[in-house]
Ligand binder design. Structure first.
Ligand SMILES: Cc1ncc(C[n+]2csc(CCOP(=O)(O)OP(=O)(O)O)c2C)c(N)n1
Ligand SMILES: [Mg+2]
Length: 386
């Protein structure tokens, strides 16, 4: 019952959003069925009619057959015209903005013989929010691509609020590559990607292990052709600068915001390039997401040196709390972000999966440990406490 209650409120939220968006243009019943399909799509995370219907049934406590029929009817309902709906949607998306950048992009759906053109609003965060879109059969595309693009651009120009400027980098048929070059020139971004950093390594560090000395240890030892997988998070901040002048190597970072990629990505890199040493800079919290990759490294004898940066904390989240002024929380709140009680012992964990491991307490041992890890075949793990 609690579930239905919560989902019921969600349905009401979606319904009132759509009601406000369309105003009197759309009959209340249609608003209701659009809200149902929207909730179903959000819950199902799928675009298959049957799955949307099933999810809607689950979210609202309806009979599955009935909910699927409701979604199916909506899709064949002529009364809801997407092209007309843009008249409401585009101004809503643009909101108060008076200076917008619009991206135009085709996506092919080969399995369905369809292609979709989407005009998106590029937001300040670099995200693309759909403004208007058009799906066509691919066979109709051949000589009409420009016509479809023109139609969408015309529709957009009708709907952009008065006083709002649309910035266009290049229109269809224009020289997009030339436009990018001109943009690079205005920004002072050289076409050759900039001068490489002068070669040079930091001195082998000595003394306590800190974010700076651990960066120097990596910079002093990183071999030519290494692949660095960087999920060092806050403790790895100084490593890129300390390795800028190291011999040529590759650098793989998080592909988005989701953590837990480090160990599996290092495993994949070592499988793909068995002759090259792989260094995995691995923060402790993220390591726990996908630790079992170590077992694969042991089983396959992969050349991965994992450096676990153990600050026993989800440190970056503490920083985020501080930034929003919410760091005055009590002990229970703080406990959510610390990784102690019990402490994790990454050496025991690694050995338990067949990967030799050692904890180092000073920068000299760290530097030697890294050099040995790079030189020897098979995986190894070094844990440092920060
Ligand atoms: C899959 C996933 N789950 C949760 C989060 C939220 N999150 C962002 S950073 C972080 C903690 C990172 O801790 P750690 O890897 O130890 O790095 P540190 O901040 O301590 O340097 C979490 C849980 C996320 N980004 N991705
Ligand atoms: Mg941490």
């Amino acid at each position: 019952m609690a579930r239905i209650g919560r989902e019921g409120r969600r349905y009401e939220d979606v319904r009132s959003f759509i009601g406000e968006l369309y105003g009197p243009d759309l009959h209340a019943k249609r608003v209701g069925s659009l809200a149902g399909a929207t909730l179903g799509t959000m819950t199902a995370a799928s675009l298959a009619v049957a799955l949307i219907g099933q999810a809607l049934a689950q979210a609202r406590g309806l009979k599955t057959k009935h909910a699927i029929k409701q979604v199916d009817r909506l899709l064949s309902n002529d009364g809801i015209d997407v092209w007309d709906s843009f008249a409401r949607w585009v101004p809503h998306q643009i909101g108060e903005r008076r200076d917008i950048l619009v991206a135009m992009d085709w996506t092919d759906f080969d399995d369905d013989d369809q292609a979709t053109l989407v005009l998106s609003l590029v937001t300040g965060h670099g995200r693309a929010a759909p403004l208007l879109w058009l799906t066509v059969w691919k066979e109709e595309l051949k000589n009409q691509r420009n016509d479809y693009e023109d139609a969408c651009l015309r529709r957009l120009s009708e709907l952009v609020p008065p006083g709002c400027t649309v910035h266009t980098l290049a229109r269809p048929g224009e020289d997009a590559a030339g436009a990018l070059e001109a943009l690079a020139e205005v920004l002072g971004a050289p076409g050759d990607g900039g001068a490489p950093a002068p070669s040079g390594r930091p001195e082998r560090p000595a003394g306590a292990i800190t974010a700076e000395t651990l960066a120097a240890a990596v910079g002093a030892t990183l071999p030519e052709g290494a692949i660095v997988v960087d999920e060092g998070n806050t403790s790895g901040l100084f490593v890129p600068a300390a390795t800028a002048g190291a011999p040529r190597h590759d650098w793989l970072t998080l592909t988005g915001g989701a953590i837990g990629i480090g160990l599996p990505m290092a495993t994949g890199a070592a499988v793909a390039a068995p002759e090259r040493p792989v260094l995995c800079l691995q923060a402790d919290g993220s390591a726990m997401y996908t630790l079992q990759a170590l077992w694969t490294q042991a089983r396959e004898g992969l050349n991965v040196t994992t450096l676990v940066l153990s600050n026993r904390s989800y440190a970056i989240l503490n920083m985020e709390l501080h930034r929003v002024g919410a760091d005055a929380g009590g002990p229970l709140a703080r406990r959510l972000l610390d990784l102690t009680d019990p402490d994790l012992d990454f050496c025991d964990l690694a050995r338990g999966m067949g990967v030799p491991a050692r904890r180092v307490e000073n920068a000299e041992d760290l530097t030697t440990g890294l050099a040995t890890g790079f030189a020897e075949a098979g995986p190894t793990l070094i844990e440092v406490l920060l």
